[in-house]
Design a protein around this ligand. Structure first.
Ligand code: KIV
Length: 289
């Protein structure tokens, strides 16, 4: 098999639905483009380890993001800023190993691409070669267009991320909604068009008014992936620990919790401790003789 004769699975039409469609190969950028043309909405979740990623893969989630949200959701930092390339490479490799079908996208963390397009290339190549991801994501609109262009020219699929860009938390003074007011809305549209023009295959829109996200989605040919961007984007992404109720304390307004895993796990740990203290664990059926 050479580059001019793709396998039958690779050739399978990107017209198959993302949910319950092609299951014998990974989801590709062509599948996501086909979904936009059909008007099929899809979901993306973050994942930071093989076990959890495997659960989402089996559930049919077509795209998993090894986000630098690993910083605050998995590694115990306050923000995404301290996350390093080595950490993302290690987490992304685990997510790739734990999955068979999902497209795996990994974040380029803060400081790994802002210096120059050449730096972006070096680190994106690390993620493709060392972790085996199918695509990378980076933050920024017009300011990141040249880096996106270079990666795409080299054959690296790039997901862009505009609106609220958490790596800029210190410059933004927190996590405020973006794109409010005429000038900010026009800048968001310019950013969206710039990253599409640079070759991004999808664009994350974070914390922007729903009406503006709907306008961007209508004007772009590539899919938009919303988080706190209303119901009219082509896809929706949530941080898995928020979605499944693992996060301690308050979650942002845009999160819907689909489970209460923190309570379930805490209760399991308490019951285990009580059984150990009372001597009811291990029982005869857990014991070798
Ligand atoms: O790092 C992350 O999890 C993200 C999503 C919130 C889009 O960038």
């Amino acid at each position: 098999m050479n580059a001019s004769s793709p396998s039958p699975a690779q050739n399978q039409a990107s017209t198959a639905t993302l949910y319950g469609g092609v299951t014998n190969r990974r989801v590709t950028v062509r599948d996501l483009s086909g979904a936009k043309q059909r008007g099929e909405k899809w979901s993306m979740l973050t994942a930071y380890d093989a076990l959890t990623a495997g659960v989402f893969d089996e559930a049919g989630t077509p795209v998993l993001l090894v986000g630098d949200s690993a910083g605050n959701c998995h590694l115990g930092y306050e923000t995404t800023v301290p996350v390093t390339m080595d950490q993302i490479v290690m987490l992304a490799a685990a997510v790739v190993r734990g999955t068979k079908r999902a497209m795996i996208v990994a974040d380029l963390p803060f400081g790994s691409y802002q210096e120059s397009p050449a730096q972006a290339m070096h680190n994106a190549v690390r993620l493709m070669k060392e972790a085996g991801v199918g695509a990378v994501k980076l933050e920024g609109g017009e300011r990141s267009a040249r880096a996106i262009e270079l990666l795409v020219e080299a054959g690296i699929p790039v997901m862009a991320h505009i609106g609220l860009t958490p790596q800029s938390v210190h410059a933004l003074g927190g996590y405020p909604v973006q794109g409010r007011g005429d000038e900010a809305a026009h800048q968001l549209l310019r950013d969206a068009k710039a990253v599409q023009q640079a070759g991004a295959f999808a664009v994350v829109l974070e914390a922007v008014p729903a009406e503006l996200a709907a306008r961007v989605t209508e004007q772009l040919a590539v899919p938009t992936v919303g988080i706190g961007a209303g119901a009219d984007t082509d896809a929706q992404v949530l941080v898995w620990t928020d979605m499944a109720g693992m996060t301690a304390g308050r979650v942002p307004k845009f999160v819907k919790q689909y489970a209460d895993l923190r309570a379930v796990l805490g209760e399991a740990a308490r019951e285990f401790a009580a059984d150990v203290q009372s001597g009811t664990f291990p029982a005869p059926e857990h014991t070798f003789h």
